[in-house]
Design a binder for this molecule. Structure first.
Ligand code: PLP
Length: 414
């Protein structure tokens, strides 16, 4: 590969200046940063590990697990799902304690909460969803609809933006049991109007469930303030929980007694160790647990939440907007002449933590980037998805990656 691949000087200087002025710059050194990775632009799919997690995992093996053994269930682990849920709720969801639980995968948690919500509205025949949502969300809704005899009313949003409040308002009525949407579109990064859509659904008497996979930890979320009913999300994206880290589920306190989830395991029982004859759901958010939760996987999440607390969500959101803004500025100046199209919102207010750039050759560009140790995502049919996890990504790293995109397109496809 050619030696010195760089953007035009003023864009290199701009990246250097943004790094210099970045109040969060020092946090990057708290992540594991191997030499072979020139730029990591996929922190929105799998966040980098924190170095502190190494010691915490080793300490857990020797102490909580190795020494305390089964006693640790009574001492710490039985309440860990709700304790870590509360941490997530406070740090990144705008949720008061007692409404968030950690366990399962996003897919399973989504199924449980969708099914519980639909069952709680027996007289209503429809679920409102959108065709641009992530596959798991669409698939789960299809199976709940089939199981419960409901119809899905599909909104077909503009893929370049996302679901608009008016589109939801136009289809919700007294047939709507539940509205299920992603807060941030996984392709474009469009931020839906969570408070406005929630209010529109409530006016029609429907419940609302938000998927927060691409928003929690990078965009401000205020579930309690917006009167949201239910939410789910994963902890391995912007919460850096590691591969297979569990999901979180949020259920507003006012609904706890009204909702019954379908995967009625012993951990969601009122008295798990009574080993009683029939299932009696626990009170509060615990009733949304099913089986033994993944205690080990919660350690990295706690570490990242502590880092997020130190940095502060407002500062994280500000840096995120600067990172995505820089990517768009470079795309406009050097990549647009090569045929690249920006497929994410230009309005920073409506844009979350990633930027999608489209080009017919993007699949092979991304393959070549991976060979060079530059790791973004490819999203079919022609999207280069640049995920910019604010605490672990520098402007210089982003500039390097974009210079390689330019060089590959220039050398191979122009
Ligand atoms: C990443 C993501 C998921 C992932 O679900 P898992 O069960 O954790 O594999 C689900 N929904 C959305 C919107 C996502 O972005």
């Amino acid at each position: 590969m050619p030696e010195d691949i760089r953007l035009p000087q003023e864009l290199v200087d701009l990246a250097a200046e943004l790094d210099q002025r970045d109040p969060l710059a020092a946090f990057r050194s708290e992540f594991v940063l191997p030499d072979g990775v020139l730029a990591y632009l996929d922190g929105n799919s799998l966040g980098r590990p924190l170095t502190v997690t190494r010691g915490r995992l080793a300490g857990f093996v020797d102490g909580e697990w190795g020494e305390r053994l089964i006693r640790a269930w009574d001492e710490r682990w039985l309440d860990r799902s709700t304790a870590v849920g509360d941490l997530i709720g406070r740090a990144v969801l705008g949720a008061a304690a007692g409404q968030t639980v950690v366990g399962d995968s996003t897919t399973v948690m989504l199924y449980k909460l969708v099914r519980a919500a639909v069952d709680a509205r027996p007289g209503r025949s429809e679920i409102v969803a959108d065709t641009e949502n992530f596959p798991t969300d669409r698939f789960i809704l299809a199976s709940v609809a089939a199981e419960t005899g409901r119809t899905i009313r599909w909104i077909e949003p503009d893929p370049a933006t996302g679901v608009q409040t008016a589109e939801v308002a136009a289809v919700v009525d007294d047939r709507t049991a539940l509205v299920v949407l992603s807060h941030v579109a996984y392709k474009s990064a469009y931020i839906a109007d969570l408070p406005g859509i929630t209010a529109a659904a409530h006016r029609a008497g429907a419940l609302v469930l938000w998927d927060l996979c691409h928003s929690a930890g990078v965009v401000d979320v205020h579930l309690d303030a917006a009167d949201v009913d239910l939410a789910v999300g994963c902890s391995y994206k912007f919460l850096n929980g590691g591969p297979g880290a569990p999901a979180y589920g949020y259920v507003a306190r006012r609904l706890h007694d009204e909702l019954t989830q379908p995967v009625t395991g012993w951990m969601g029982h009122a008295e798990p160790f009574a080993m009683g004859g029939a299932y009696v759901p626990a009170t509060g958010i615990r009733r949304f647990l099913s089986g033994t939760p993944p205690i080990l996987s919660m350690i990295p999440i706690e570490d990242m939440l502590a880092l997020i607390d130190r940095a502060g969500m407002p500062a994280i959101r500000t840096k995120s907007a600067l990172l995505t803004g820089y990517a768009i500025a470079v795309a406009d100046e050097v990549l647009a002449p090569l045929g690249v199209v920006v497929a994410s919102p230009r309005d920073a207010e409506r844009r979350a933590g990633h930027v999608t750039l489209e080009h017919d050759a993007m699949k092979s560009v991304v393959d070549e980037l991976w060979r060079r140790g530059i790791i973004p995502d490819f999203r079919p049919a022609r999207g280069l998805r640049i995920g910019l996890s604010p605490l672990s990504t520098s402007f210089g790293e982003l500039a390097t990656a974009l210079a390689h995109v330019q060089q590959i397109l220039e050398s191979q496809y122009s």
